[in-house]
Design a protein around this ligand. Structure first.
Ligand code: FES
Ligand code: MG
Length: 580
């Protein structure tokens, strides 16, 4: 306890008048005794539990352990639900409601009596949504992730969440396995509570949260059903109470230095391209300037050490037994590859103090620097006349022989057009073609769905072709792979150059130069763009009103993190005026 700290919650429960009576009296209807309101930190537990978010389905039990920790340390826990983004169930895409969830979090924190918050996140978009909302309030916060599922096991083989679906679906289309065989893997792939066990977006964002310093060490990799997950929840509950007395607000942790550490870490873990968008959005909320080119400057040249699917062989359970993220951070730090060892973390220690002695128990899973999975695992940021505001490609998921490629475009106007024609035996396409998918960006889809790793034409799969260059304004699942150019900005719906690519146009991709070029003259490009601008199709989805119109009207482009324009920034946690 620190007597100099003024508790926010005292502005509800601390006054001896009509208002204090009201705030306390209704809380007492569950039998809370007087002394809980007399100067104890009130700790919110922001819970994304939902039966519809299976990855977070165990969160009520995690919350119970957090509560135990809070009580033990002298705080009082108040659990509250927020919008839960399910990557597996939500349509058109969970990304469509990431900002909605972040608004929910922000307003729930600011408007309620709490001095700090524990963020319970797991499934992909829940992690950025909670960090974005909490960052806009800037109160003390600690994150507890739900943890990954156990390894998938199917017919004696290890299979990974998502990655197995993409692989086996291509096998069905190529005629290598039957549909019955495919469907039989459903239960085997998802064997326990928890998030995707590959280095998909959920695992990536859990690692990003740990690298940013907003969790306790080892948070990212401990399996959901491991007792250590519950221990970590308990300890996080204890720690948040001290963070109140230390006034350790998020802005002291989420610094520019922390984001630089995270970008370097993303390369070392072979993390999801979605992290590029989410880190930008989180940084924007706390007032840290982060640009797409920071990913080139800080990330490129960093070897990928973690040998996990989709780029490698293992899964999160193996990663946890090998030593988890601390083993990676230590390897980076020992080689002076951790940009800011002195960045502060939630437990009050620096990142390096947390990991400098971290063991590595399995150098097949967390590889040594001189034996990396990929020698340059940094995100490849591409620019050129086809992507003036950038595009990204994940080199560790791509085919080396395609990372410098010139081919002719086969254009799909939108995802429906793609689905209607991709299996057409008469489609004019060969393995050197470049598939271009339009209208799948933030405004266009809407929500920038994970369709960028569009499956290959079946007739090429049957010939044994396994990868082609694909370009879109979409995202792709972190569990997916391929030589896939994503996040092309501006998007089709914003009349970006991708909108006017035509069948047969030559396109050049050069990852080593960071170049994405549509090989037509500047005059021709401008003529096509202005002709299209004059007849710009109105997005029919806007007319329907509701959240969808708000989304399309206000969502920023991929290079800006796809936040809403009016949500960028930190608005603090000043207590609003009384309600009555
Ligand atoms: Fe929830 Fe992958 S679908 S973590
Ligand atoms: Mg995913």
């Amino acid at each position: 306890m620190n007597k100099n700290v003024k508790l926010r919650s005292a502005q509800w429960f601390g006054s001896i008048d009509k208002n204090g009576f009201m705030y306390r009296s209704w809380m007492k209807n569950t039998g809370i005794p007087d002394h809980e309101f007399q100067g104890k930190p009130i700790i919110g537990i922001c819970n994304t539990w939902s039966d519809l978010t299976p990855c977070n389905a165990h969160f009520r039990r995690i919350a119970e352990r957090v509560k135990q920790g809070i009580l033990e340390a002298g705080g009082y826990p108040v659990e509250f639900p927020v919008f839960s983004n399910s990557e597996s169930n939500l349509r058109p895409t969970a990304m469509f409601t990431r900002n909605l969830a972040s608004m929910d979090v922000e307003e729930a924190i600011r408007g309620n009596p709490m001095d700090a918050v524990v963020l319970l996140a797991g499934c992909d978009k829940t992690t950025p949504a909670l960090l974005m909302g909490a960052a806009s309030c800037d109160i003390p916060a600690i994150m507890v992730s739900g943890g990954p599922m156990l390894n998938g096991k199917h017919k004696g083989k290890t299979i990974g969440s998502g990655t197995a679906v993409w692989q086996m679906h291509e096998d069905v289309k190529a005629g290598n396995i039957s549909i019955e065989e495919f469907l039989s893997a459903e239960r085997s792939m998802s064997r326990s509570e928890g998030t995707c066990n590959t280095m998909g977006t959920a695992s990536t964002m859990a690692c990003m949260a740990e690298a940013l310093g907003v969790t306790l060490p080892y948070n990212a990799a401990i399996p959901a059903v491991d007792a250590s997950r519950y221990l970590l929840a308990h300890l996080s509950g204890m720690r948040i109470v001290d963070m109140v007395w230390e006034e350790l607000k998020l802005s002291k942790i989420l610094t520019r230095e922390a984001f630089e550490n995270a970008i370097r870490t993303n390369a070392a873990i072979g993390g999801s391209t979605n992290a590029v968008i989410h880190l930008k959005a989180i940084a924007g909320r706390i007032g840290v300037d982060l640009e797409l080119d920071d990913w080139t400057r800080i990330g490129r040249g960093t070897p990928t050490l973690v040998d996990l699917m989709p780029s490698g062989r293992f899964l999160m359970e193996d990663f946890s037994y090998a030593g988890g993220l601390p083993a990676v951070l230590r390897t980076l730090g020992d080689a002076d590859l951790l940009p800011h060892k002195d960045a502060l973390t939630a437990n009050g220690k620096t990142l390096w103090e947390n990991v400098s002695d971290a063991p590595n128990y399995n150098e097949e899973v967390v590889r040594a620097l001189d034996n990396p999975l990929v020698s340059d695992g940094g995100m490849c940021v591409l620019r050129g006349n086809l992507a003036p505001r950038g595009a990204v490609l994940k080199p560790s998921a791509a085919s080396p022989h395609l990372m410098q490629h010139r081919g002719q475009a086969v254009v799909f106007e939108d995802y429906d057009d793609y689905k209607a024609r991709i299996a057409d035996p008469d489609l004019d396409v060969d393995e050197n073609s470049i598939l271009v998918l339009k209208n799948c960006g933030p405004r266009g889809y809407p929500g920038m769905a994970e369709v960028g790793n569009m499956g290959l034409p079946p007739k090429l799969l049957e010939q044994g072709i396994t990868d082609m260059v694909r370009i879109s304004d979409a995202r792709m699942s972190g569990t997916a792979y391929g030589t896939v150019v994503l996040h092309t900005a501006p998007e089709t719906a914003a009349n970006g150059p991708i909108a006017v690519v035509q069948n047969g146009d030559w396109i050049e991709l050069d990852c080593s130069q960071g170049r994405l070029h549509l090989d037509i003259s500047e005059d021709e490009l401008n003529a096509r763009l202005s002709a299209r601008a004059e007849n710009l199709p109105v997005n029919p989805l806007i007319a329907g009103g509701g959240y969808r119109s708000l989304y399309i009207d206000h969502v920023l482009q991929a290079d800006e993190g796809c936040d809403f324009d009016f949500l960028v920034g930190c608005r603090g946690a000043d207590v609003p005026r009384h309600s009555h």
